[in-house]
Write a protein that binds this ligand. Structure first.
Ligand code: GDP
Ligand code: MG
Length: 162
């Protein structure tokens, strides 16, 4: 079995953009409309001779209604079956209540989790990411999924345990 890396986070933080970069496909829908990826999406990826499965999810924000409930359940299932969780947050938007709710859930799981502050292109990544250290889940890895910045370094860390 290949290790499974789940991309988790509230809608619109860039999970599908990162999925596409990792799998180099257009399989996961990327859109400005939050929550378009309704199910878990699986893709194969390779980094430094590690082959792994990456899982894109629709996102969780803690206020789900209707179809969003199903999407949130998919995200929880994805966390469950993952070896490593990449918990994405939006460095431009800053911390939200949804980020805190997800962090609370993840803290209860016994999963290797990495906080990933996305969208640091064109902004001061260090100061925008600093508040996410308050989640007390370790280092905050800065990336720009849309451009690839920081992704190699992130994978160097994230795939170490697997
Ligand atoms: P998801 O809902 O978490 O899957 O988020 P998406 O991957 O669909 O991205 C949501 C929005 O953020 C889209 O408009 C993306 O183009 C944008 N986005 C994703 N990654 C980056 C990035 O690294 N930098 C910037 N500036 N925008 C990004
Ligand atoms: Mg998506």
């Amino acid at each position: 079995m290949l290790p499974v890396v789940a991309l988790v986070g509230r809608p619109n933080v860039g999970k599908s953009t990162l999925f596409n970069r990792l799998t180099r496909t257009r399989d996961a829908l990327v859109a400005d409309f939050p929550g378009l990826t309704r199910d878990r999406k699986y893709g194969q990826a390779t980094h430094a001779e590690h082959n792994f499965i990456v899982v894109d999810t629709g996102g969780i924000d803690g206020t789900e209604e209707g179809i969003e409930v199903e999407m949130a359940e998919q995200s929880l299932l994805a966390i469950d079956e993952a070896d490593v969780v990449l918990f994405l947050v939006d460095a431009r938007a800053g911390m939200t209540a949804a980020d805190q709710a997800i962090a609370e859930h993840l803290r209860k799981q016994n999963k290797t989790t990495f906080i990933v502050a996305n969208k640091v292109d064109g902004i001061d990544g260090d100061s925008s990411s600093a508040e996410f250290y308050n989640l007390a889940m370790g280092d905050v890895h800065q990336i720009a999924a849309a451009h690839g910045r920081g992704v190699t370094q992130l994978l160097d860390h994230a795939l170490m345990p697997v």
